[in-house]
Design a protein around this ligand. Structure first.
Ligand code: 3HC
Length: 311
């Protein structure tokens, strides 16, 4: 690539300017953004499955309406993000094909089963809580379409997190059995939520370049630490115990010290060996096939509309 163009690009990024679709950008910038944004979109769409599993079994009409709204929001987040990724020159079909073939990743967190209603609370509280931690800085990511998509996503994510935490408050203050379910959900969702932030910075092949090109504004470990520091007091307020014997407030650091994530588990789930990974991919492939007629009909309608307009 022309070193002068690269220099001008890096100066723009360093000046916190947004890079727009028609601007010159290094191929590596285009590639890593297509990778991250499309995988972010895949995560939103696959993320509908764990919660969708409980819409018909929500304990009240109010809870059902809230969960329905949240799952629909996630679909919208996925579509915003696919559109943002398409501005970099990759088609929707190519991205979907990469997901179905296993070439593209989606967040490990969605490969865990939702066993009880308390999981819906834990997901809103912890998973959307972690998502907020990760997505707030992404509102200032250097690629314009991605940053703008994040502004709307973050507003909706706050509602997702609040409604989950409200479920946890209701259950932690409910019957002994409900409190036990809430603790069980925290036990199963705590560590997978920490894995959402990615591997340790020292083992992260993309972080250095992403920080340099201001795709990332904070590193995996920085965001993970912030998440722990904000969430532990919330667990204390619920009267629940975070499943980490090494968790301890460190006055000097002004944050919590916490135990080591099970990176073996992380990498095995990234490789597609998560507890319900197979079911998730089957569900996505089936949804894509079942929806083919809708895409064909929309395409045929568009073709007729164009013909009429041209006539
Ligand atoms: N699950 C699956 N893959 C993961 C992962 C996870 N939890 N964490 C890291 N990885 C993958 C990365 O994608 C990368 O593989 P790749 O090069 O083939 O893409 C590899 O592990 C090494 O990780 P890096 O830290 O080097 O990769 P990144 O710099 O891309 O950092 C990330 C990973 C922090 C997830 C970053 O990609 C990111 O911020 N993505 C945007 C946010 C996102 O995707 N969030 C996922 C949850 S979706 C969500 O929150 C929905 C909400 O509604 C619940």
């Amino acid at each position: 690539e022309d070193p002068k163009l690269l220099e001008a690009f890096e100066a723009r990024v360093a000046a916190d300017e947004f890079i727009e679709p028609k601007d010159w950008m290094p191929e590596a910038y285009r590639r890593t953004l297509t990778r991250q944004i499309s995988q972010h979109a895949h995560s939103e769409i696959v993320g509908m499955l764990p919660e969708g599993n409980w819409i018909t079994r929500a304990p009240s009409l109010r809870r059902k309406a809230i969960l329905l709204a949240k799952v629909q929001d996630e679909a919208g987040h996925g579509l915003y993000l696919y559109c943002a990724a398409e501005t970099l020159g990759t088609s929707r079909d190519q991205m979907i094909e990469a997901l179905h073939s296993g070439k593209a990743k989606y967040s490990t967190i969605f490969n865990y089963p939702t066993l009880t209603w308390a999981d819906i609370g834990a997901i809103g509280w912890l998973v959307d809580g972690a998502a907020i931690m990760n997505q707030v800085p992404l509102q200032r990511t250097s690629y314009g379409p991605y940053a703008r998509a994040m502004v709307r996503v973050c507003k909706e994510e706050s509602f997702h997190q609040r409604q989950g935490y409200e479920i946890m408050i209701a259950m932690a203050n409910g019957t002994a059995e409900q409190k036990r379910m809430a603790q069980d959900a925290l036990n199963r969702w705590w560590w997978p939520s920490l894995m959402m932030f990615g591997p340790p910075d020292a083992d992260s092949p993309n972080t250095a370049q992403s920080m340099r090109w201001r795709i990332k504004r904070e590193t995996n470990d920085e965001l993970r630490q912030k998440f722990v520091d904000i969430t532990v007091p919330q667990a204390d307020f619920l009267g629940l115990t975070v499943p980490d014997a090494d968790l301890k407030w460190n006055e000097e650091k002004g944050g919590y010290d916490f135990g080591e994530v099970d990176w073996e588990e992380f990498y095995s789930v990234v490789r597609g060996e998560g507890p319900v990974a197979k079911e998730r991919m089957e569900a996505r492939r089936k949804a894509w096939e079942d929806g083919a007629w809708v895409r064909d009909a929309a395409a045929a309608h568009e073709a007729k509309r164009r013909e009429r307009k041209a006539a």
